[in-house]
Ligand binder design. Sequence first.
Ligand SMILES: Cc1cc2nc3c(=O)[nH]c(=O)nc-3n(C[C@H](O)[C@H](O)[C@H](O)COP(=O)(O)OP(=O)(O)OC[C@H]3O[C@@H](n4cnc5c(N)ncnc54)[C@H](O)[C@@H]3O)c2cc1C
Length: 415
Amino acid sequence: MKHSDVIVIGSGVAGMTAALASAQQGKSVTLLTYGASSLSLNSGLIDILAFDDEHKAVKSPLEGIKSLPADHPYSKIGADYVEKAVEFFCAFAKKYHLPYHGSLNSQMMVPTAVGTLKPTCLAPHSLSGSESFVGKKKVVVVGVKGLKDFYADIMIQNLKKAMGEELSYESVEIDTGIEGGRDLTILDVARWLDTPKGVDSFTEQLKSYKGQTETVLIVPQILGTSGHACYLTVASRMETDVVETTGLPPSTNGLRLQAIFRQALKDNGVEFVENTKVIGAREEGGRCTGVIAQAGIRQKVYTADKYILATGGFYSGGITMRDFEQPREEVFGLPVFFVKGEENWSNAELFSNKPQGYAKTGVLTDENLRPVDENGKLVLENVYVVGRDLGGYDLCFEHSGNGVALASGYKAAQM
Ligand SMILES: Cc1cc2nc3c(=O)[nH]c(=O)nc-3n(C[C@H](O)[C@H](O)[C@H](O)COP(=O)(O)OP(=O)(O)OC[C@H]3O[C@@H](n4cnc5c(N)ncnc54)[C@H](O)[C@@H]3O)c2cc1C
Protein backbone atom coordinates (compact mmCIF):
# COMPACT_ATOMS: atom_id res chain seq x y z
CA MET A 1 0.00 0.00 0.00
CA LYS A 2 1.48 3.33 -1.08
CA HIS A 3 1.28 6.24 1.39
CA SER A 4 1.38 9.89 0.20
CA ASP A 5 1.48 13.19 2.03
CA VAL A 6 -1.61 14.33 0.12
CA ILE A 7 -4.35 12.60 -1.86
CA VAL A 8 -6.45 14.77 -4.17
CA ILE A 9 -9.69 13.33 -5.56
CA GLY A 10 -10.80 14.90 -8.86
CA SER A 11 -8.92 16.61 -11.68
CA GLY A 12 -10.83 19.82 -12.41
CA VAL A 13 -9.41 23.31 -11.77
CA ALA A 14 -9.86 22.82 -8.00
CA GLY A 15 -8.18 19.42 -7.79
CA MET A 16 -5.34 20.22 -10.18
CA THR A 17 -4.63 23.53 -8.39
CA ALA A 18 -4.60 21.76 -5.01
CA ALA A 19 -2.29 19.03 -6.33
CA LEU A 20 0.11 21.46 -8.02
CA ALA A 21 0.31 23.85 -5.06
CA SER A 22 0.86 20.90 -2.67
CA ALA A 23 3.58 19.40 -4.86
CA GLN A 24 5.34 22.76 -5.11
CA GLN A 25 5.68 22.67 -1.32
CA GLY A 26 7.65 19.45 -1.65
CA LYS A 27 4.75 17.15 -0.68
CA SER A 28 4.24 13.74 -2.28
CA VAL A 29 0.87 13.94 -4.04
CA THR A 30 -1.41 11.30 -5.56
CA LEU A 31 -4.31 12.54 -7.68
CA LEU A 32 -7.16 10.05 -8.23
CA THR A 33 -9.69 10.84 -10.92
CA TYR A 34 -12.06 8.99 -13.19
CA GLY A 35 -13.24 11.36 -15.86
CA ALA A 36 -12.76 14.56 -17.80
CA SER A 37 -13.26 17.73 -15.78
CA SER A 38 -15.57 20.59 -16.65
CA LEU A 39 -12.61 22.24 -18.42
CA SER A 40 -13.64 20.57 -21.66
CA LEU A 41 -16.95 22.45 -21.29
CA ASN A 42 -15.91 25.78 -19.86
CA SER A 43 -13.95 28.54 -21.54
CA GLY A 44 -11.02 28.33 -19.15
CA LEU A 45 -11.67 31.95 -18.21
CA ILE A 46 -11.23 32.58 -14.50
CA ASP A 47 -14.40 34.31 -13.34
CA ILE A 48 -13.86 35.52 -9.77
CA LEU A 49 -17.14 37.32 -9.06
CA ALA A 50 -19.17 39.32 -11.56
CA PHE A 51 -22.58 39.66 -9.84
CA ASP A 52 -23.57 40.08 -6.21
CA ASP A 53 -26.43 38.43 -4.27
CA GLU A 54 -28.94 40.78 -5.88
CA HIS A 55 -27.46 40.28 -9.33
CA LYS A 56 -25.95 43.75 -9.43
CA ALA A 57 -22.75 43.93 -11.49
CA VAL A 58 -19.62 43.84 -9.32
CA LYS A 59 -16.97 46.30 -10.52
CA SER A 60 -14.13 45.07 -8.33
CA PRO A 61 -14.19 41.30 -7.65
CA LEU A 62 -11.81 41.79 -4.71
CA GLU A 63 -14.13 44.32 -3.03
CA GLY A 64 -17.17 42.21 -3.95
CA ILE A 65 -15.93 39.09 -2.18
CA LYS A 66 -15.39 41.07 1.02
CA SER A 67 -19.13 41.70 1.33
CA LEU A 68 -20.45 38.18 0.66
CA PRO A 69 -22.46 36.25 3.29
CA ALA A 70 -20.50 34.24 5.92
CA ASP A 71 -21.42 30.87 4.39
CA HIS A 72 -20.11 31.78 0.94
CA PRO A 73 -16.91 29.84 0.06
CA TYR A 74 -15.00 33.10 -0.56
CA SER A 75 -15.80 34.21 2.99
CA LYS A 76 -14.12 31.03 4.27
CA ILE A 77 -11.20 31.34 1.85
CA GLY A 78 -10.59 35.04 2.55
CA ALA A 79 -9.53 37.82 0.16
CA ASP A 80 -5.81 37.32 0.95
CA TYR A 81 -5.87 33.75 -0.27
CA VAL A 82 -7.81 34.74 -3.38
CA GLU A 83 -5.03 37.23 -4.20
CA LYS A 84 -2.31 34.66 -3.55
CA ALA A 85 -4.15 32.05 -5.63
CA VAL A 86 -4.39 34.45 -8.58
CA GLU A 87 -0.65 35.20 -8.33
CA PHE A 88 0.11 31.48 -8.17
CA PHE A 89 -2.10 30.75 -11.18
CA CYS A 90 -0.72 33.57 -13.35
CA ALA A 91 2.89 32.52 -12.61
CA PHE A 92 2.14 28.89 -13.50
CA ALA A 93 0.20 29.76 -16.69
CA LYS A 94 2.99 32.10 -17.86
CA LYS A 95 5.65 29.46 -17.25
CA TYR A 96 3.66 27.00 -19.40
CA HIS A 97 3.18 29.44 -22.31
CA LEU A 98 -0.48 30.29 -21.82
CA PRO A 99 -0.12 33.61 -20.00
CA TYR A 100 -3.26 35.00 -18.36
CA HIS A 101 -3.79 38.59 -17.40
CA GLY A 102 -6.42 40.74 -15.76
CA SER A 103 -6.97 42.36 -12.40
CA LEU A 104 -8.84 41.55 -9.22
CA ASN A 105 -10.01 45.17 -9.21
CA SER A 106 -11.88 45.23 -12.52
CA GLN A 107 -13.77 43.05 -14.98
CA MET A 108 -12.70 42.27 -18.52
CA MET A 109 -15.46 41.83 -21.13
CA VAL A 110 -15.10 38.84 -23.43
CA PRO A 111 -17.31 38.35 -26.51
CA THR A 112 -19.40 35.20 -26.53
CA ALA A 113 -20.19 33.26 -29.70
CA VAL A 114 -23.56 35.02 -29.92
CA GLY A 115 -22.01 38.47 -29.59
CA THR A 116 -22.93 39.37 -26.03
CA LEU A 117 -20.10 40.45 -23.72
CA LYS A 118 -19.29 38.28 -20.71
CA PRO A 119 -17.51 39.71 -17.64
CA THR A 120 -14.50 37.80 -16.34
CA CYS A 121 -11.42 38.45 -14.26
CA LEU A 122 -8.52 36.54 -15.80
CA ALA A 123 -8.16 35.56 -19.45
CA PRO A 124 -5.36 34.53 -21.80
CA HIS A 125 -4.39 37.26 -24.27
CA SER A 126 -6.38 35.65 -27.10
CA LEU A 127 -9.62 36.03 -25.11
CA SER A 128 -8.99 39.45 -23.54
CA GLY A 129 -11.81 41.12 -25.47
CA SER A 130 -12.26 44.55 -23.95
CA GLU A 131 -8.49 45.07 -23.65
CA SER A 132 -8.24 44.81 -27.43
CA PHE A 133 -11.32 46.89 -28.25
CA VAL A 134 -9.79 50.16 -27.05
CA GLY A 135 -9.44 52.68 -29.90
CA LYS A 136 -10.95 50.39 -32.55
CA LYS A 137 -13.22 51.69 -35.30
CA LYS A 138 -14.09 48.49 -37.07
CA VAL A 139 -15.07 44.98 -35.93
CA VAL A 140 -14.63 42.10 -38.36
CA VAL A 141 -16.23 38.81 -37.38
CA VAL A 142 -14.35 35.92 -38.96
CA GLY A 143 -16.54 32.88 -39.64
CA VAL A 144 -15.33 29.52 -40.91
CA LYS A 145 -17.03 27.65 -43.75
CA GLY A 146 -18.81 24.57 -42.39
CA LEU A 147 -18.15 25.38 -38.72
CA LYS A 148 -21.17 24.60 -36.58
CA ASP A 149 -22.40 26.76 -33.69
CA PHE A 150 -20.90 30.06 -34.92
CA TYR A 151 -23.12 32.49 -36.81
CA ALA A 152 -21.42 35.75 -37.74
CA ASP A 153 -24.66 37.60 -38.58
CA ILE A 154 -26.25 36.91 -35.20
CA MET A 155 -23.01 37.84 -33.56
CA ILE A 156 -22.85 41.19 -35.32
CA GLN A 157 -26.46 42.05 -34.35
CA ASN A 158 -25.62 41.50 -30.68
CA LEU A 159 -22.18 43.11 -30.82
CA LYS A 160 -23.81 46.28 -32.17
CA LYS A 161 -26.03 46.37 -29.08
CA ALA A 162 -23.12 45.69 -26.74
CA MET A 163 -20.40 47.84 -28.34
CA GLY A 164 -22.40 50.58 -30.04
CA GLU A 165 -23.50 51.48 -33.56
CA GLU A 166 -20.70 54.02 -33.98
CA LEU A 167 -18.26 51.22 -34.84
CA SER A 168 -18.49 49.61 -38.26
CA TYR A 169 -19.10 45.88 -38.48
CA GLU A 170 -18.57 43.31 -41.19
CA SER A 171 -18.09 39.58 -41.51
CA VAL A 172 -15.82 37.42 -43.60
CA GLU A 173 -15.69 33.66 -44.11
CA ILE A 174 -12.54 31.54 -44.17
CA ASP A 175 -12.33 28.24 -46.01
CA THR A 176 -10.16 25.59 -44.34
CA GLY A 177 -10.40 23.22 -47.29
CA ILE A 178 -11.08 20.39 -44.83
CA GLU A 179 -13.18 17.79 -46.62
CA GLY A 180 -15.26 14.91 -45.33
CA GLY A 181 -18.83 16.02 -45.77
CA ARG A 182 -19.60 16.74 -42.13
CA ASP A 183 -19.86 19.97 -40.12
CA LEU A 184 -16.56 21.15 -38.70
CA THR A 185 -16.06 21.42 -34.95
CA ILE A 186 -14.03 24.10 -33.27
CA LEU A 187 -11.32 21.49 -32.59
CA ASP A 188 -11.06 20.52 -36.28
CA VAL A 189 -10.28 24.14 -37.11
CA ALA A 190 -7.93 24.61 -34.13
CA ARG A 191 -5.99 21.50 -35.24
CA TRP A 192 -5.80 22.92 -38.78
CA LEU A 193 -4.35 26.11 -37.28
CA ASP A 194 -1.80 24.03 -35.33
CA THR A 195 -0.15 23.41 -38.71
CA PRO A 196 2.04 25.98 -40.55
CA LYS A 197 -0.04 25.32 -43.69
CA GLY A 198 -3.25 26.21 -41.82
CA VAL A 199 -1.80 29.44 -40.40
CA ASP A 200 -0.45 30.44 -43.84
CA SER A 201 -3.83 29.84 -45.48
CA PHE A 202 -5.77 31.59 -42.68
CA THR A 203 -3.64 34.75 -42.70
CA GLU A 204 -3.51 34.77 -46.51
CA GLN A 205 -7.34 34.73 -46.68
CA LEU A 206 -7.46 37.66 -44.24
CA LYS A 207 -4.67 39.67 -45.88
CA SER A 208 -6.92 42.57 -46.84
CA TYR A 209 -7.14 43.43 -43.11
CA LYS A 210 -3.39 43.28 -42.54
CA GLY A 211 -2.00 46.34 -40.81
CA GLN A 212 -5.44 47.82 -40.15
CA THR A 213 -4.61 48.72 -36.57
CA GLU A 214 -8.04 50.26 -35.97
CA THR A 215 -9.71 46.94 -36.83
CA VAL A 216 -10.23 44.08 -34.40
CA LEU A 217 -10.72 40.60 -35.83
CA ILE A 218 -13.10 38.44 -33.77
CA VAL A 219 -12.67 34.72 -34.33
CA PRO A 220 -14.16 31.56 -32.80
CA GLN A 221 -11.93 29.71 -30.30
CA ILE A 222 -9.75 28.27 -33.06
CA LEU A 223 -6.27 29.66 -32.52
CA GLY A 224 -4.48 26.34 -31.94
CA THR A 225 -5.05 23.57 -29.46
CA SER A 226 -2.16 24.40 -27.13
CA GLY A 227 -0.55 27.44 -25.55
CA HIS A 228 -0.67 30.86 -27.17
CA ALA A 229 1.90 30.44 -29.95
CA CYS A 230 -0.73 30.32 -32.71
CA TYR A 231 -2.42 33.46 -31.36
CA LEU A 232 0.94 35.30 -31.32
CA THR A 233 1.76 34.24 -34.88
CA VAL A 234 -1.65 35.22 -36.28
CA ALA A 235 -1.77 38.56 -34.42
CA SER A 236 1.76 39.50 -35.49
CA ARG A 237 1.18 38.53 -39.13
CA MET A 238 -2.10 40.46 -39.22
CA GLU A 239 -0.44 43.43 -37.43
CA THR A 240 -3.67 44.07 -35.57
CA ASP A 241 -5.66 42.67 -32.63
CA VAL A 242 -7.29 39.27 -32.87
CA VAL A 243 -9.81 38.19 -30.22
CA GLU A 244 -11.32 34.74 -29.64
CA THR A 245 -14.89 34.33 -28.40
CA THR A 246 -16.19 31.88 -25.84
CA GLY A 247 -18.36 29.18 -27.39
CA LEU A 248 -20.27 25.98 -27.00
CA PRO A 249 -18.38 22.86 -25.84
CA PRO A 250 -15.85 21.51 -26.47
CA SER A 251 -13.86 24.52 -25.32
CA THR A 252 -10.47 24.81 -26.95
CA ASN A 253 -9.17 27.17 -24.31
CA GLY A 254 -10.43 24.96 -21.48
CA LEU A 255 -8.50 22.11 -23.09
CA ARG A 256 -5.38 24.31 -23.45
CA LEU A 257 -5.58 25.07 -19.73
CA GLN A 258 -6.16 21.42 -18.88
CA ALA A 259 -3.08 20.42 -20.92
CA ILE A 260 -0.75 22.84 -19.13
CA PHE A 261 -2.08 21.80 -15.72
CA ARG A 262 -1.37 18.16 -16.57
CA GLN A 263 2.13 18.98 -17.79
CA ALA A 264 2.88 20.99 -14.64
CA LEU A 265 1.60 18.15 -12.43
CA LYS A 266 3.87 15.71 -14.26
CA ASP A 267 6.86 18.06 -13.99
CA ASN A 268 6.23 18.42 -10.24
CA GLY A 269 6.10 14.68 -9.64
CA VAL A 270 2.36 14.30 -8.94
CA GLU A 271 1.19 10.71 -9.38
CA PHE A 272 -1.82 11.14 -11.68
CA VAL A 273 -4.05 8.06 -11.47
CA GLU A 274 -6.77 8.19 -14.15
CA ASN A 275 -9.90 6.13 -14.83
CA THR A 276 -10.12 5.53 -11.11
CA LYS A 277 -13.27 6.24 -9.16
CA VAL A 278 -13.03 6.77 -5.42
CA ILE A 279 -16.02 4.92 -4.02
CA GLY A 280 -15.59 5.22 -0.28
CA ALA A 281 -13.35 6.02 2.64
CA ARG A 282 -12.11 4.53 5.90
CA GLU A 283 -12.34 6.59 9.03
CA GLU A 284 -11.07 6.31 12.58
CA GLY A 285 -11.22 8.78 15.46
CA GLY A 286 -12.53 11.65 13.35
CA ARG A 287 -9.81 11.20 10.71
CA CYS A 288 -9.76 9.63 7.28
CA THR A 289 -7.34 6.69 7.19
CA GLY A 290 -7.68 5.75 3.52
CA VAL A 291 -9.82 5.96 0.42
CA ILE A 292 -11.05 3.05 -1.64
CA ALA A 293 -10.56 3.48 -5.36
CA GLN A 294 -12.01 1.35 -8.11
CA ALA A 295 -10.46 0.91 -11.56
CA GLY A 296 -12.40 -1.60 -13.67
CA ILE A 297 -13.21 -4.47 -11.32
CA ARG A 298 -10.13 -3.87 -9.15
CA GLN A 299 -10.30 -2.04 -5.82
CA LYS A 300 -7.31 -0.49 -4.11
CA VAL A 301 -6.86 1.47 -0.88
CA TYR A 302 -4.78 4.65 -1.02
CA THR A 303 -3.61 6.31 2.19
CA ALA A 304 -2.28 9.78 3.00
CA ASP A 305 -1.91 12.25 5.84
CA LYS A 306 -4.29 14.67 4.14
CA TYR A 307 -7.19 14.29 1.67
CA ILE A 308 -8.56 16.98 -0.64
CA LEU A 309 -12.03 16.37 -2.07
CA ALA A 310 -12.46 18.02 -5.51
CA THR A 311 -15.12 15.87 -7.15
CA GLY A 312 -17.11 18.70 -8.76
CA GLY A 313 -20.47 18.52 -6.89
CA PHE A 314 -23.61 17.83 -8.93
CA TYR A 315 -21.91 18.65 -12.23
CA SER A 316 -19.38 15.81 -12.02
CA GLY A 317 -21.10 13.29 -9.77
CA GLY A 318 -19.33 14.24 -6.54
CA ILE A 319 -22.75 14.96 -5.04
CA THR A 320 -25.82 13.02 -6.11
CA MET A 321 -29.51 13.29 -5.34
CA ARG A 322 -31.94 10.41 -5.48
CA ASP A 323 -34.84 12.30 -3.91
CA PHE A 324 -35.52 15.80 -2.64
CA GLU A 325 -34.94 14.77 0.98
CA GLN A 326 -31.16 14.56 1.12
CA PRO A 327 -28.33 14.90 -1.43
CA ARG A 328 -25.34 12.61 -0.90
CA GLU A 329 -21.61 13.33 -1.03
CA GLU A 330 -20.29 10.16 -2.64
CA VAL A 331 -16.80 9.59 -1.14
CA PHE A 332 -16.93 10.42 2.58
CA GLY A 333 -20.70 10.71 3.04
CA LEU A 334 -20.18 14.28 4.29
CA PRO A 335 -23.15 16.40 5.42
CA VAL A 336 -24.49 18.32 2.42
CA PHE A 337 -26.17 21.72 2.75
CA PHE A 338 -29.23 22.15 0.52
CA VAL A 339 -32.32 24.30 0.25
CA LYS A 340 -35.14 22.28 1.72
CA GLY A 341 -38.48 21.76 -0.04
CA GLU A 342 -38.86 20.57 -3.62
CA GLU A 343 -40.74 23.77 -4.51
CA ASN A 344 -37.71 25.90 -3.53
CA TRP A 345 -35.25 24.06 -5.72
CA SER A 346 -35.64 26.01 -8.93
CA ASN A 347 -37.11 29.17 -10.42
CA ALA A 348 -39.56 28.75 -13.22
CA GLU A 349 -37.42 31.26 -15.11
CA LEU A 350 -34.04 29.77 -16.02
CA PHE A 351 -32.39 33.13 -16.70
CA SER A 352 -33.97 35.22 -13.95
CA ASN A 353 -32.15 37.62 -11.63
CA LYS A 354 -32.65 35.30 -8.68
CA PRO A 355 -30.35 32.41 -7.83
CA GLN A 356 -31.52 28.83 -8.35
CA GLY A 357 -32.15 27.04 -5.03
CA TYR A 358 -30.46 23.81 -6.06
CA ALA A 359 -27.28 25.60 -7.10
CA LYS A 360 -26.20 26.33 -3.52
CA THR A 361 -26.11 22.63 -2.65
CA GLY A 362 -22.75 21.49 -1.32
CA VAL A 363 -20.54 20.87 1.68
CA LEU A 364 -20.06 23.66 4.22
CA THR A 365 -16.65 24.07 5.83
CA ASP A 366 -14.70 25.85 8.55
CA GLU A 367 -12.18 28.61 7.73
CA ASN A 368 -9.61 25.92 6.82
CA LEU A 369 -12.01 24.34 4.30
CA ARG A 370 -12.61 21.24 6.44
CA PRO A 371 -16.17 19.85 6.38
CA VAL A 372 -18.60 20.76 9.16
CA ASP A 373 -22.08 19.50 10.04
CA GLU A 374 -25.21 21.67 10.31
CA ASN A 375 -24.13 22.79 13.80
CA GLY A 376 -20.73 23.88 12.55
CA LYS A 377 -18.96 20.89 14.16
CA LEU A 378 -15.87 19.55 12.38
CA VAL A 379 -16.55 16.19 10.72
CA LEU A 380 -13.15 14.91 9.54
CA GLU A 381 -10.04 16.79 10.60
CA ASN A 382 -7.69 15.75 7.77
CA VAL A 383 -10.20 16.19 4.89
CA TYR A 384 -10.50 19.45 2.90
CA VAL A 385 -13.29 20.31 0.44
CA VAL A 386 -12.77 22.49 -2.64
CA GLY A 387 -14.33 23.74 -5.88
CA ARG A 388 -17.85 22.82 -6.91
CA ASP A 389 -18.23 20.45 -3.95
CA LEU A 390 -18.56 23.54 -1.72
CA GLY A 391 -22.02 24.73 -0.76
CA GLY A 392 -23.44 28.22 -0.32
CA TYR A 393 -22.86 29.75 -3.76
CA ASP A 394 -24.45 29.76 -7.21
CA LEU A 395 -21.58 29.88 -9.69
CA CYS A 396 -23.74 30.53 -12.76
CA PHE A 397 -25.66 33.36 -11.13
CA GLU A 398 -22.62 35.18 -9.76
CA HIS A 399 -19.98 34.02 -12.29
CA SER A 400 -17.49 32.62 -9.82
CA GLY A 401 -16.94 28.99 -10.92
CA ASN A 402 -13.25 28.76 -11.75
CA GLY A 403 -12.45 31.51 -9.23
CA VAL A 404 -13.81 29.51 -6.28
CA ALA A 405 -12.19 26.35 -7.68
CA LEU A 406 -8.79 28.04 -8.01
CA ALA A 407 -8.82 29.90 -4.68
CA SER A 408 -10.15 26.98 -2.62
CA GLY A 409 -7.76 24.50 -4.26
CA TYR A 410 -4.86 26.83 -3.52
CA LYS A 411 -5.89 27.43 0.09
CA ALA A 412 -6.50 23.75 0.85
CA ALA A 413 -2.93 23.05 -0.27
CA GLN A 414 -1.57 25.57 2.25
CA MET A 415 -3.49 24.12 5.24
C1 LIG B 1 -20.83 24.65 -19.55
C2 LIG B 1 -20.07 25.33 -18.43
C3 LIG B 1 -19.41 26.52 -18.69
C4 LIG B 1 -18.69 27.16 -17.66
N1 LIG B 1 -18.02 28.32 -17.94
C5 LIG B 1 -17.26 28.91 -16.97
C6 LIG B 1 -16.49 30.08 -17.26
O1 LIG B 1 -16.48 30.59 -18.38
N2 LIG B 1 -15.76 30.62 -16.26
C7 LIG B 1 -15.74 30.09 -15.00
O2 LIG B 1 -15.05 30.64 -14.12
N3 LIG B 1 -16.45 28.98 -14.69
C8 LIG B 1 -17.21 28.37 -15.65
N4 LIG B 1 -17.93 27.24 -15.36
C9 LIG B 1 -17.88 26.70 -14.00
C10 LIG B 1 -16.62 25.88 -13.79
O3 LIG B 1 -16.49 24.95 -14.84
C11 LIG B 1 -16.68 25.09 -12.48
O4 LIG B 1 -17.28 25.81 -11.44
C12 LIG B 1 -15.29 24.72 -11.99
O5 LIG B 1 -14.41 24.46 -13.05
C13 LIG B 1 -15.44 23.50 -11.11
O6 LIG B 1 -14.19 22.89 -10.93
P1 LIG B 1 -14.04 21.63 -10.00
O7 LIG B 1 -12.61 21.27 -10.05
O8 LIG B 1 -14.66 21.89 -8.67
O9 LIG B 1 -14.95 20.47 -10.64
P2 LIG B 1 -14.89 19.68 -12.03
O10 LIG B 1 -14.24 20.45 -13.10
O11 LIG B 1 -16.28 19.22 -12.26
O12 LIG B 1 -13.96 18.42 -11.72
C14 LIG B 1 -14.37 17.36 -10.90
C15 LIG B 1 -13.47 16.17 -11.15
O13 LIG B 1 -13.76 15.16 -10.19
C16 LIG B 1 -13.78 13.90 -10.82
N5 LIG B 1 -14.57 13.00 -9.96
C17 LIG B 1 -15.87 13.12 -9.60
N6 LIG B 1 -16.21 12.11 -8.74
C18 LIG B 1 -15.08 11.37 -8.57
C19 LIG B 1 -14.78 10.19 -7.81
N7 LIG B 1 -15.70 9.61 -7.05
N8 LIG B 1 -13.52 9.68 -7.88
C20 LIG B 1 -12.55 10.26 -8.64
N9 LIG B 1 -12.80 11.38 -9.38
C21 LIG B 1 -14.03 11.92 -9.34
C22 LIG B 1 -14.37 14.19 -12.18
O14 LIG B 1 -14.09 13.17 -13.10
C23 LIG B 1 -13.65 15.51 -12.51
O15 LIG B 1 -12.37 15.24 -13.03
C24 LIG B 1 -18.67 26.60 -16.36
C25 LIG B 1 -19.34 25.38 -16.10
C26 LIG B 1 -20.04 24.75 -17.13
C27 LIG B 1 -20.74 23.45 -16.81
